[in-house]
Design a protein around this ligand. Sequence first.
Ligand code: SAM
Length: 305
Amino acid sequence: MSFTLDNKIMGKSIKKDMMKQKVSRVETITVPFSLGEIKENIIISTKSSEDYRKENLPKQELLYKAHGLDRTAGLQKINETFLDLFGRKYNEESGMMSEHFIMFASLAAKQFNPKKILEIGTYKGFSSLVLATLFPDSKVFTIDLKSDDDKFKESYNRRKPEERKEFLKVRNKYLKSKPNIEFIEESSLLLTIRKEFKDQFDLIWIDGAHGYPIVCADIINSVSLANSNTIIMCDDVFKNIEESDAMYDSIASFETIEELIRSGIISCGYFLKRLGISKTVNDQYIGYISLNTNKIPSQINLVQN
Ligand SMILES: C[S@@+](CC[C@H](N)C(=O)[O-])C[C@H]1O[C@@H](n2cnc3c(N)ncnc32)[C@H](O)[C@@H]1O
């Protein structure tokens, strides 16, 4: 079965990403001549996304290595998987794409064989489909709000009934395309009382609401549902952000993860979400979390240096 890749901008976060990519091509330099009336530095565009990608790649590859992953093998695997599913390769400039797919694929390439996967935040089921394909022997449980929940209707361009109808049509197509996907239609907050899930998941992908209070609960619940071998990955970890909100962009996941590290409960490596972006304008990461605090040195943060 082949799918059309959803290139549409999905929400504020992606919109901001795109805006940042444009801004990231700008570098500030001091000019060695008189500026006359102009008293400020002139901003001249000097670097392209490709320049940033080249600059960031070696550091990101080292980060993969430090966590026992091989980015080259992951990239090859995700390219094969995407070609098969969507007829095109991974390209981080395309709306829905980011480094988490290469991370999933590098886990698959090293024969990490999760039996149960939990995804918080289904959206259209795009990443559920990719996970179910990369890990065919697993069962992927993916959870999202009820479609009549106000928060569902008010986010991600789903307000109008006809938009929602179209959205649900696409989502159902993705979710039904693989027998190993199970959709749970409820708030992820319900995971707090779903005792039957305890210790069950080998891989957890946190990609629901990105701000307080939900992402904080999602991270804490994921830790409760994990065992010592579970890998928890958390999308859109902003270390720095001017304005946080509850659904799209927030510092909440970073603050929660850092507090859990400080308390000796988890370790976390922060992977750059996209490589073709300057660090000065983009502080957005994917958290790679383990309960085994000896397994992943929490101090590793090569992309920062
Ligand atoms: C960023 S999208 C998920 C994208 C998806 N993982 C993918 O890559 O294709 C976030 C989703 O989280 C859902 N969400 C927000 N709050 C939630 C909650 N409390 N429980 C479950 N899902 C939630 C939203 O409805 C939205 O569909």
